[in-house]
Unconditional design. Structure first.
Length: 213
């Protein structure tokens, strides 16, 4: 109700002012931002600062896609910020990775903590991963046989290095390869810790994972 009321006030102001002159795009964006910020409050672990946008989010919130040069800047900065796994160990336990994939909890105002260990990866919300699943999202591509289709038989094999590193970077910060990606930036935003990322990596790439059977 608060959002509707505030939005109504802003809209009324725009309509009234429109009698004299048409607001600029920048002014409309400013008024919309004010309306959104006025409609949220801190509650539990969910704070209003979540509304603050970085360069990539700002560029991709526009009505039009960012110019190619801006998109490239966002992707380059995102890739440069990727933290690679300690000791070069990319894979964990695919069994734990499957649990994370099935778990959509975390980061809501009712959660007790924002610690990544309490979060899930929520993979099935956007992807098909296992043929046995009858319910999954289609926002993202199917990940069934992800490692198998890419010829990953041993992640320590130099021939697999490129896809292993790509997958880690994609999970860490998806904007490294698509400036306006909708995929959560699990590592960059602290949604999953390093071990959890290893476990999801194992689910996708371990030849023993049911995903690659």
């Amino acid at each position: 109700m608060k959002f509707t009321t505030t939005g109504g006030i802003v809209l009324a102001g725009v309509l009234v002012s429109g009698c004299a002159s048409t607001p600029s795009s920048a002014e409309l964006d400013r008024q919309a931002s004010m309306a959104i910020k006025a409609s949220f409050r801190d509650q539990g672990i969910a704070k209003v600062d979540r509304l603050n946008q970085d360069q990539g989010q700002q560029a991709c919130s526009s009505a039009t896609a960012p110019p190619p040069e801006v998109a490239k800047q966002i992707e380059a900065a995102s890739l440069a910020g990727v933290k690679w796994p300690g000791g070069g160990q990319y894979l964990g336990d695919w069994r734990q990775g499957e649990k994370l994939a099935q778990n959509g909890r975390g980061m809501t105002w009712t959660d007790k903590s924002a610690d990544p260990k309490d979060n899930g990866a929520n993979c099935y919300n956007c992807h098909q991963i296992d043929k046995k699943e009858i319910s999954f999202g289609t926002i993202g591509p199917s990940l069934w046989n992800y490692g198998k289709l890419r010829g990953v038989k041993d992640v320590t094999d130099p021939s697999s290095a490129a896809i292993v590193q790509y997958t880690w970077a994609k999970l860490w910060n998806s904007k490294a390869y698509a400036a306006c990606s909708n995929m959560p930036r699990f590592g960059h935003m602290g949604l999953l810790n390093e071990q959890q990322l290893r476990d999801v990596m194992a689910l996708l790439l371990d030849p023993k994972s049911p995903v690659n059977q």
